[in-house]
Design a protein around this ligand. Structure first.
Ligand code: FES
Ligand SMILES: [Fe+2]
Length: 445
């Protein structure tokens, strides 16, 4: 349970809210590269932290993210002409480059230097891993752009699904670090049981069924959390369906501040969930599958997640299944055995998260033993926002910031005697973990 003040601190990200101001110090995935693939193509509206912006790719291939409002009379630049290295406002023809400079001001008399005095607000951009990243913090604090630690640069393929969620960022993210809910909410998408195995392997039950395999019937995982400089890793420890006396079935999720979660992978793909704040009440959800296998294919993933543009989501990535139509819940299907009657794992998640209210009143909750990772997430981010207010330090951007290709989640069956902390860790992460542990031991001694 949080106090009302803590709930506000955790959730609010617009304007001067400390959480949003802190997040702006990170490079943020603003939209997918595919949305602005074409030079001189259609400009795209993007809303981040309550700001209305426009993204466009100019003739030379550079991507700009600028204020949607033209600085002249505030008309929308989303309708502008994207031509000859700039975005031209339709109203009076002022033209801007990707950095927000005014390159033409046809309404002013010849010889006027007014264009030099006007600037369109713009944010720097970078491209990596299928996303356009932007930095919205103070210029002097801009960190060197680095792809995130979960981005495995050797992956030959990746797939991204995108869905708008009508709820606050923290509420959406809490679904991603809540292993226990999968045994209920997603139970019809999971094949429980499974045979004896000792390590991770395919957990997709084949392309046609799309079911995930879980070698366990255990619905009350024990949750253990391990703090890290970037957030935390937590293990959901379940009894395996075979040989439960000797082994544990372990699923390790990594929470990477400010809003990434690495969910347990398998041999076919690794998965990352991203929750980018649109405003206090809306979030953009991205699901990313990465790997070296043909299973990682965009159209297949979008179908599996019920996130196909034009079918499951509209051209602005809004869900066809939403609160107004009860998420197209099918009660007949439920009678026949489907647990939720709602198609698509993200739709099931969003039906639960959106119906809590846009910002859930966390003073009313009754949290139990399986909610430990959620409690830890709130602590970590509330502490980080307070520290940011006091010192300006930003979680995840310190000296110990992780390089790309260093962070992994994990799933597998291991002997009970085995400590889970280092399972699935990259060498770099394991090395850091050991040295931070020995530093802890030293300071305890
Ligand atoms: S409002 Fe854009 S040029 Fe006048
Ligand atoms: Fe879920």
């Amino acid at each position: 349970m949080l106090t009302a003040e803590e709930n506000e601190l955790l959730t609010r990200i617009e304007g001067d809210a400390p959480m949003g101001q802190m997040m702006r110090h990170h490079w943020i995935p603003a939209l997918m590269t595919e949305e602005v693939a074409e030079p001189d193509g259609t400009p795209v509206r993007v809303r981040l932290f309550g700001e209305n912006l426009v993204a466009f790719r100019d003739t030379d291939g550079r991507v700009g993210i600028v204020d949607e409002r033209c600085p002249h009379r505030l008309a929308s630049l989303a309708f502008g002409r994207n031509e000859e290295c700039g975005l031209r406002c339709l109203y009076h023809g002022w033209k801007f480059d990707v950095d927000g400079n005014v390159v033409e001001m046809p309404t002013e008399p010849e010889g006027s230097n007014f264009a030099e005095k006007v600037k369109l607000k713009s944010y720097p951009t970078r491209e990596a891993g299928g996303f356009i990243w932007t930095y919205m913090g103070p210029e002097e604090k801009m960190p060197r752009f680095m792809a995130p630690p979960w981005l495995v640069e050797s992956d030959t393929s990746f797939a991204i699904a995108k869905i708008n969620e009508r709820t606050n960022w923290a509420q959406a993210l809490e679904g991603s670090i809540d292993s226990a809910h999968s045994s209920a909410l997603h139970s019809s998408n999971i094949m429980s049981g499974g045979g004896e195995r000792t390590g991770p392997r395919d957990t997709l039950g084949g392309r046609s069924s799309g079911l995930m395999e879980r070698p366990s019937y255990d619905k009350s995982p024990r949750i253990q959390v391990m703090p890290t400089p970037y957030g935390f890793r937590y293990a959901a420890i379940r009894k395996p369906s075979v040989n439960a006396q000797e082994n544990n079935y372990i699923r390790i999720t990594a929470y990477v501040a400010p809003f990434f979660s690495l969910i347990p992978p398998n041999t076919l793909y690794s998965a990352v969930q991203v929750f980018v704040p649109v405003d206090d009440y809306n979030t953009t959800f991205y699901f990313i599958a990465r790997g070296n296998d043909s299973h990682v294919d965009t159209s297949w993933w979008r179908q599996r997640l019920c996130a196909r543009p034009g079918i499951d989501v509209d051209e602005k990535w809004n869900k066809v299944r939403n609160l107004e139509n009860n998420y197209l819940q099918d009660r007949q299907k439920m009678k026949l055995g489907d647990f939720t009657g709602i198609s698509g794992i993200p739709n099931q998640d969003m039906a639960m998260q959106e119906t809590m209210g846009a910002i859930a009143d966390r003073t009313l909750e009754k949290l139990g033993a399986s909610d430990i990772a959620i409690v830890r997430f709130r602590q970590v981010m509330i502490d980080a926002a307070r520290k940011f207010q006091e010192t300006g330090d930003v979680i995840g951007l310190g000296e110990d910031r992780l390089q790309p290709n260093t962070l992994r989640a994990y799933e597998g069956i291991v002997p009970k005697s085995q400590n889970w902390h280092e399972l699935g860790m990259s060498d770099v992460e394991a090395e850091r973990y050991r040295s931070s542990k020995s530093a802890e031991e030293e300071s305890a001694a």
